[in-house]
Design a protein around this ligand. Structure first.
Ligand SMILES: [Zn+2]
Length: 161
């Protein structure tokens, strides 16, 4: 699932928790965990498109285990509606990725499984976008943003393809 879908799902989750509990910060909490966890792709994209090594898939913030442990902690020990919204945002993100990205292995979003598989990208995710440009084309207006990113990267001595 792309950033627009994750944003819609997260705002929906946060808004639902807000409506049910009165905690308006739930929208921000669900959005942070439901959208910004994709920042972990930076490490993979660095390896794939800068170091030209597509052998591993890390996505270190994507893990059903984080969701499960967090949900238990929030419900059993530290209940707060904003924390609940944060956990539900993370769960919503993983459901979106599990359905929308269709990983080659059904356990690809388990961090324990990825560790046991040695983060082996072909085994976990199959093919990945060939180029940097293709990897980011789910971002709205990417065609307008890409030239700027490529220019900045070039000034830093980074060739993105
Ligand atoms: Zn994701």
């Amino acid at each position: 699932m792309g950033p627009v879908g994750h944003t819609l799902v997260s705002v929906g989750i946060g808004g639902t928790v807000w409506a049910a509990t009165g905690a308006s910060a739930s929208v921000a909490a669900a959005s942070v965990t439901g959208v910004l966890i994709d920042v972990d792709h930076v490490l993979d994209y660095y390896n794939w498109y800068w170091r030209k090594d597509k052998g591993r898939l890390y996505v270190l913030l994507h893990g059903w285990e984080y969701s499960a442990v967090s949900l238990v902690l929030v419900l059993a020990l530290w209940y707060h509606p904003v924390l609940l919204a944060a956990v539900l945002g993370h769960i919503g993100h993983l459901i979106g990725d599990q359905i929308g990205n269709r990983p080659i292995h059904p356990l690809a979003y388990s961090v324990i499984y990825r560790i046991s598989a040695g983060f082996d990208r072909p085994r976990l995710a199959g093919e990945v976008p060939e180029t940097f440009s293709e990897a980011f084309n789910k971002i709205p207006l990417w065609s307008k943003i890409e030239p700027f990113v490529v220019r900045v990267a070039s000034r830093l001595g980074i060739t993105l393809r």
